[in-house]
Write a protein that binds this ligand. Structure first.
Ligand SMILES: N[C@@H](CCC(=O)N[C@@H](CS)C(=O)NCC(=O)O)C(=O)O
Length: 318
């Protein structure tokens, strides 16, 4: 784990000293947009863009789900890093389910960043959406990438499915904000905390938020109503990692997702949507966290369990 400082890789763990033991997530650096507008720098084109992901990462997972649901597989290629993120950061190792770097045959993800900007100072995160025409990073922010995938390529794919419909945008934004701070990022705040207080604050807020989600899902099948939206997919990638990783490795152990009847049914329903199960790789997920975060798990032993069945019938509508 490390970061790039003026284009040079530095191996160092997150600094929590200056924030009283709290994990503070950095903002993403590359925030361009693919758009249909006249004169746009990044117009939608088949075969022009390439996605770098880790199958372990919940943020990258969102983009893989949208690539699948929005029929973008034939238009946007993917390179998958190894789940092991050690002193060189994300790397393109030889690991079952990883692909190598399809564009440059680089060894490390940080080389993709310096290819875009040789002197860049940044954390080296996935996902990354790369533009093969201008040889740069369009975006390394998953929230933005899934919005582009949701609508920018509709004319190319003919897929008009809309996970961010006009009439639901304000409720989606509101739920996203709450889910992001207390759940998506909440598990990291608990797991990477280095003081008891920072951990306790994060874990209490996390389970308060999960309790609230359980209540919402008791009265409607999905977060904003009867249909699945972006808000559901953003929550799903954290839920699916929760019992296998966050309960143990990140000490998020007041309850399991399996103990929340409504959230559990909901998670199964989303998992069973066509194409989604193939984006979920529990080996990469468990291996990444337990093997890479050596400050939390120095033995690098990866647990066997839990046994979970995600293909049993669920009680949500379509
Ligand atoms: N805000 C970014 C966050 C991405 C992110 O933090 N990805 C993690 C993997 S789960 C990462 O690459 N971490 C490496 C690091 O922090 O150095 C997004 O949503 O795209």
């Amino acid at each position: 784990m490390g970061l790039l400082v003026e284009g040079v890789w530095k191996d160092q763990w997150y600094d929590t000293k200056s924030s009283n033991g709290k994990f503070v997530r950095q903002d993403s650096l590359f925030r361009n947009t693919i758009s249909n507008e006249e004169g746009a720098a990044f117009p939608p084109e088949s075969g022009r863009y390439h996605l770098y992901v880790s199958l372990a990462c919940p943020w990258a997972h969102r983009t893989l789900i949208f690539r699948k649901l929005k029929s973008l597989e034939a238009h946007i290629g993917v390179s998958i890093v190894s789940p092991d993120m050690l002193s060189n950061g994300w790397e393109f190792g030889d690991y079952d389910g990883a692909t190598g770097d399809a564009l440059f045959n680089f060894e490390y993800m940080h080389q993709v960043y310096t290819k875009a900007e040789p002197e860049v100072t940044t954390r080296v995160t996935v996902p990354v959406l790369w533009d093969m025409k201008t040889n740069t990073i369009v975006s390394n922010e998953s929230a933005d990438i899934i919005r582009m995938f949701n609508s920018a390529f509709n004319d190319l794919t003919g897929n008009q499915d809309d996970y961010y419909p006009n009439e639901l945008q304000s409720s989606i934004d509101e739920i996203n904000d709450f889910v992001y701070h207390s759940i998506n990022n909440g598990v990291y705040k608990a797991g990477f905390a280095t003081t008891q207080e920072a951990y306790s604050d994060a874990v209490v807020a996390l389970f308060k938020a999960l309790d609230k989600v359980e209540e919402i899902l008791a009265i409607r099948p999905y977060l904003t109503g009867d249909s699945i939206t972006e808000a559901d997919w953003r929550l799903f990638t954290t839920l699916i990692r929760f019992d296998p990783v966050y309960v143990g490795h990140f000490k998020c152990n007041l309850r399991r997702i399996a103990d929340y009847p409504n959230i559990y049914e909901y998670m199964k329903a989303l998992y069973q949507i066509e194409g989604v199960a193939e984006t979920v790789n529990f080996d990469h997920i468990k291996r990444h966290y337990y093997y890479s975060h050596t400050t939390i798990n120095p033995s690098q032993v990866v647990p066997k369990g839990p046994e979970i069945s995600l293909n049993t019938p669920h009680n949500r509508g379509k």
